[in-house]
Ligand binder design. Sequence first.
Ligand code: PEP
Ligand code: MG
Length: 582
Amino acid sequence: MFSLHGTGIGGGIIVGRAVLLESHRADMPRYRVDAAVRSDELGRLERAIDAVRNELSMLAESLPAEAPAEAQALLQVHALILDDPTLIEQARAAITAKGQNAEWAFASQAEHLAEQFEQFEDPYLRERGRDVMQVADRVLKSLSGSGQALAARAAARSAAHEVPLIFVAEDISPADMLQLKRAGGFAIDLGGTASHTAILARSMNVPAVVGLDIGSRMVRDDDWLVLDGESGVIIVAPDESVLQEYRHRMALDAIERKQLERLVHVPSATLDRVAIELHANIELPSEASGALESGAAGIGLFRTEFLFMNREVLPDEDEQYEAYAQTVIAMKGRPVTIRTIDAGADKALDTGHEGAESAVPPNPALGRRAIRFSLAEPDIFLQQLRAILRAAEHGPVRLLIPMLAHGHEVDQTLRLIAQARSQLSEGRSRELPPVPVGGMIEVPAAAITAGLFARRLDFLSIGTNDLIQYTLAIDRADHSVATLYDPFHPAVLQLVAQTIRAAERAGKPVAVCGEMAGDLDATALLLGMGLRSFSMHPASLLRIKREILRCDASRLKPRVSRLLNTDDPVRLRAALRRLRAD
Ligand code: PEP
Ligand code: MG
């Protein structure tokens, strides 16, 4: 028995048998093809690509009604990669000019394209390199004649076993994941929480762990596995006592889920009746239904950049308006906080407008991202602002500006919002509804001068994910420094507390919308700092509500302010534990 550790994507605990899915790249044949038969080799590649294209379109057509909304989009992304003219042209050239065999030619061009994605700072875009390699894997599978083998093999295995199957792989493409309908869980070596596979696993609500590193090489086919999608732990060949323990925890989880469901309509307030707003973070309009089911009071963060990614042509004003309006309508009168694009120097946003050739800067996290990007591209920004203002006709909308650091960024944004509004008012008989404008505090400079932002804006929202990254100088996407990424570092806590105080003084609402809002270890602490609004992934919402129902805000206040005077991280952690235990 031994354990493997990765990043939990959620979905609870599962006990099942391992099914190893091999990558077709590891044992890929590599040889030179004679000039005389290179045209045959080209034909072989074309046929394989056609077969994969058909497979993807058949999968898309046969998607069941209950398939997550993202599934269709993910299949389209893979079809787009497959049709990428440069990828195909260069693979063809490698066959005709260099005499590489089809597998070699296609895989090496795909690797080249994937490497370009890996240069991006944005973890979401970096993950797109994996989509390219997943497509390459499908083409290699098709070239080796085993294209349909996966689903057939999985079906045979699940018929042979009465137990759930846990698919273990270096990587699994979203398309393969969709074929594995009987899957009980997924254990994947690569990736982080922003990968398409992780996004899909989350929305299919299957237990999944990613980022296992060499996990797939440590597990054998048919091994018994315990997979905990919450903590990111996998236990291989567990002994009977461990199995008993996890079965017990699964039973408890089922009971907990039932209990939590009862809290959906319970008002969110502390013991001393202080009302606390709980909002949901979403990436796509289709996630609004999940937010409603969890009882969210609104959308606290709509990460709109996801609408702009994997696109050859950016969504125009009307398409964006449809997406925002759809979300606003789905939320049935609850407020929707739409954050303007938070992306950096990346391909998807650079397509089709000037700057396309600009090199990726050496340190893009400190570069032209978020509001800096929008202010540098006023046409794209104005389009988005108009779409957001129009969506407000369907219900309450709030506009959120990411990554502010300077007061003049607020002034410039407010001027552009006024311009967008006046552009829209031409030819309209009715005035568009007012849209409150807020700012994200996620750079230490903004936290230290939060009063300035609170006075100029209608509300603040603290992005702890970036605030931690920039305060501690820890790249949030870099595994090698992940252990230093500490939400409870005294410097981070002081900046969060300071921002909440500044908003209170200015009489403006303030929320936390980073991962810290969904972290049970931080709930009492944030309440004690005076926070009254949290925004998080919908899956965390009811657990946080249960914690809030147990807290007494007035008792927490003096205890937290004492705790904030502690600059020793060890003593601070002990004090935090006591705060939760009482
Ligand atoms: C944050 O930085 O905390 C945040 C909510 O924004 P994102 O995670 O999208 O950068
Ligand atoms: Mg952020």
